[in-house]
Design a protein around this ligand. Structure first.
Ligand code: COA
Length: 543
């Protein structure tokens, strides 16, 4: 996430808690190497597709981020999600998976912006583009965020069609979500700023209001080459699906804009007529600063292979006045639980401080129920090697105690947020607010790692399985064979446990600079308070 870009001027709806800049690129001397590497990767991302960007600008079009900058209210942040989607895949030809999604504020209303990047393979969709688009819609739906689609896309990336077109959570789900959100009173607005072909044509067609840019935006089910092949008709793109035709004849779009700037102005104008959702009555108090500079949190980043740092110190960097009222401090102490305020929002915090034992899992289940009972949003700080294993612990019933925590979380009604601050291994991932349990946002630190077990453990487990298998067949595995197998397993697990591997596949909502954790949680807590509307049973039909 580029905070240099996304926290643009001041902070809405949260207050800046200190006068230090949030530009994470300024702290290179004190920055841990994982954070420095992350910043470098983000910087390099922006340099990709240089030629395509030049061509795009020559056509009189604004770049995707320029469009977003103009669309959101000045002096407000924009939280970019999953900037490194598709990273390291497709020979890196799909930076950010060709789409920018994120949370911004337009005319005072918290909004999800979903913007195609036409400079990445014509803004076409691969599997990760779809996942990112759908996840953005899911966040919008859960938090009652209006949706704006900045459409500039050739639709499906045809060589990948089998991974993008047919399944439940594929391209079609975008339109399904639009209809369902519209029915739930969540506004759906499109600006067509370029191509909008085939299935993609349904994005503006399913929107409640659509703006199209003159001589630039086109909407059609089949482009001129397809029409020629199918019917023999010669037609230009503008005649077939241009803005003038759609706003005066077909009615597929409602507003004709002269250029990108004008289209964005019209969109902002539409927002003046959108109601702003009421807020939930979560417990609040006056926001207070932590007392630390944001980058002081670097000191508390857990590092693999070192002695466990006390997570209570880390928590202080996130909470108002560094205060934290601990619950059951001396019981099940490998899980730290307690109450605090983040930017004035009362929350319950659950943070790992070692392996989960039966007592820690029971305490976790108890605390999750308390937060639900008191309507407190929860923050999970996940750094978990897993649940304790071994004869004594199985005998004690650790599986059923872990299940209590998992059960409490699965049936939890309050919003919760998960930050991967370190390792995320095994069933600990589930109990601590993993992806499968529906956190409102799940964000990873650049030092984090995620896999079913650690690389060394996986290599040892597989080796034991192979030795036992050979024994049962009356054969033997050589030491060399075994060592090779172990090395391969370890290397595979290390690669797949990387946060970059995870974020590339949308297992999270993005990697963040730890120094920005409090700010992003504050924004998350704000959107989570948007009440759902009293919905009608149908979305708006375009007439
Ligand atoms: N599938 C796969 N690749 C596509 C594509 C698609 N649907 N649409 C565009 N591309 C690729 C091009 O091959 C080119 O790749 P390259 O950079 O490796 O050379 C890149 O995207 C840019 O395309 P280009 O045509 O040069 O850009 P443009 O800005 O002039 O036009 C489009 C962009 C999207 C308007 C145009 O490419 C187009 O009409 N594509 C076909 C759209 C379509 O019929 N989609 C149906 C999908 S269901």
């Amino acid at each position: 996430m580029h905070l240099s870009w996304l926290l643009r001027h001041a902070i809405y709806p949260i207050k800046m808690t200190n006068t230090k800049t949030y530009n994470n690129l300024n702290h290179t001397e004190s920055v841990p190497h994982e954070v420095a590497e992350f910043n470098k990767i983000l910087q390099n991302l922006d340099k990709l597709n240089f030629k395509q960007k030049e061509r795009h600008k020559k056509r009189g079009k604004l770049l995707t981020k320029e469009r977003i900058d103009l669309l959101v209210d000045s002096h407000t942040p924009f939280i970019e999600l999953s900037a490194l989607a598709a990273y390291g895949q497709y020979k890196d030809s799909f930076p950010s998976a060709g789409i920018i999604t994120g949370i911004g504020v337009i005319e005072g209303r918290e909004t999800m912006i979903i913007a195609n990047d036409a400079t990445t393979k014509g803004g076409t969709y691969v599997k990760e583009t779809i996942k990112k688009h759908l996840r953005a819609q899911e966040i919008a739906s859960e938090n009652n965020l209006a949706c704006v689609y900045l459409v500039d896309s050739g639709g499906i990336f045809l060589p990948e069609q089998a991974n993008v077109f047919p399944d439940k959570d594929d391209f079609g789900r975008i339109f399904y979500n639009q209809a369902r959100m519209s029915a739930a009173g969540i506004p759906q607005i499109s600006i067509v700023m370029g191509s909008c072909t085939a299935g993609g044509a349904y994005i503006p067609a399913m929107s409640e209001e659509t703006i199209i840019v003159k001589n630039q935006g086109t909407i059609f089910l089949g482009g001129p080459p397809l029409v020629k092949a199918a019917t023999g008709e010669d037609v230009t793109a503008e005649e077939l699906g241009g803005g003038k035709m759609h706003t005066s004849q077909s009615g597929v779009a409602d507003h004709l804009a002269d250029d990108d700037h004008h289209a964005i102005e019209i969109c902002r104008d539409i927002f003046k007529s959108l109601p702003i959702p009421e807020k939930e009555n979560f417990l609040k108090e006056e926001a207070k600063p932590t007392g630390f500079a944001p980058e002081d949190i670097y000191e508390e980043i857990p590092s693999a292979g070192h002695q466990q740092k006390d997570v209570r110190k880390l928590i202080q960097h996130l909470t108002d006045e560094a205060k934290f009222s601990e619950f059951k401090a001396d019981y099940g102490s490998t899980l730290v639980t307690g109450y605090a305020s983040i930017n004035g929002n009362k929350v319950g915090i659950l943070a790992n401080n070692g392996i989960l034992f039966s007592e820690s899992a029971q305490k976790g289940a108890h605390f999750i129920q308390l937060c639900n009972n008191r309507n407190l949003p929860m923050i999970f700080l996940q750094n978990i090697a897993g649940f304790m294993v071994g004869k004594a612990y199985e005998k004690q019933g650790i599986a059923k105690d872990g299940a209590k925590m998992v059960n409490a979380l699965a049936n939890s009604k309050v919003p919760f947020f998960t930050i991967m601050i370190g390792g995320s291994y095994g069933a600990g991932n589930y109990a601590m607010g993993g992806r499968a349990f529906g956190p409102r946002l799940l964000l990873s630190w650049p030092n984090s790692s995620i896999s079913v077990m650690g690389p060394q453990q996986a290599a040892d487990v597989l080796a034991t399985v192979k030795i036992d298998q050979a024994k049962s067949l009356g054969t033997e595995i050589s030491e060399e064979e075994l060592e090779n197998m172990k090395q391969q397993t370890k290397a595979g697990f290390e690669k797949e446990a990387s946060p970059y591997y995870a974020t590339s596949r949308l297992w999270d909502d993005g990697i963040i600079d730890p120094a920005n954790t409090r700010t992003i949680l504050s924004i998350g807590l704000s959107i989570a308070q948007n009440k759902q509307n009293n919905s009608s049973s149908y979305g708006i039909f375009r007439m």
